[in-house]
Design a protein around this ligand. Sequence first.
Ligand SMILES: Nc1ncnc2c1ncn2[C@@H]1O[C@H](COP(=O)(O)OP(=O)(O)OP(=O)(O)O)[C@@H](O)[C@H]1O
Length: 339
Amino acid sequence: MFFTKDIGIDLGTANTLVYMKGKGIIIREPSVVAVDIKNDVVKSVGQAAKDVVGRTPGSIVTVRPLKDGVIADFDITTSMLQEFIRKALGNSMLTKARVVICIPSGVTEVERRAVKESAERAGAKRVIIVEEPMAAAIGAGLPVAEPTGSIVVDIGGGTTEVAVISLGGIVAAKSVRVGGDKFDVDIINYIKKKYNLLIGERTAEDIKINVGNAFPLDEELTTEIKGRNLLTGLPENIVVTSTEIREALIDTLQEVLEAVRVTLEKTPPELAADIIDQGIVLTGGGALLRGLDKLIAQETGMEVYAANDPLDCVALGTGEILEHMDKLASVVSSDDVKY
Ligand SMILES: Nc1ncnc2c1ncn2[C@@H]1O[C@H](COP(=O)(O)OP(=O)(O)OP(=O)(O)O)[C@@H](O)[C@H]1O
């Protein structure tokens, strides 16, 4: 007897989430792998690997195999994907799984096919690849299959994808290789330039989460950070404010705004009218940046709101596709559908 365990995977540059049909999201881990470079053996995957970032001894290095929205290291991406699929499906040979995988739209056709094959090797019997903004829109509850225009801005770790969707297809889109990771780099560079203080990626991400913002806040926030002074070489603590961090993020925020503007310009007029009625929906971890909705609203003159659980939208979208394959047939009409 076969058990059917259909799963949906959000293979993101920052986080990988796995949705199991009937259960919801069962795995939520960083897309990080620790590898022993002496023999290329994978030591750990996901949270266990992220916990040792910047702290590994000797030959162990931590790798983020998907970077800037593309597959930077294919073999390691494959190992990571297979590990997550194995974790979800268990080692049962009696499993007959359909797997919906969501990949960044910067992934090439060759990589796309290879992702499919590696999922098959890990036990999937049928693999359906769906692009991120489509799954994000479905997960955010937008009426993608209807003859009405919806717009989603998915701000992930490596990419920001803007898409206008109608009748199950992407009508206009723009993807830029900036997202949460770039915000972190901006913060590192700002602190280095202003305070001669070197901080790591994890500290920068904490600062972004604690006081990061895209629009003036009602109340100034501050956070204390630890780093290494580049002049003295010694550890040092400083306090930074939300205004400083907004300043640090300004250029990258402009790139996000530009992607929204370009997509709106490419949108057919009838759909533009729908979008004005419905507003812009933000998904992905970047949607949690304070005031990003207000900034986009100010720049476009449109209503903007963040989806509920923005970090989960893509995974929830893959789940919707699994649960309602019939209704969403237009978005998964063939295994090799490209939007
Ligand atoms: N509260 C928060 N404020 C700002 N940014 C946040 C917050 N929480 C998470 N993030 C950022 O969101 C990003 C991860 O988002 P998400 O999981 O949607 O990306 P992903 O799907 O893995 O990436 P991609 O879409 O590029 O493949 C990280 O850069 C993380 O730092």
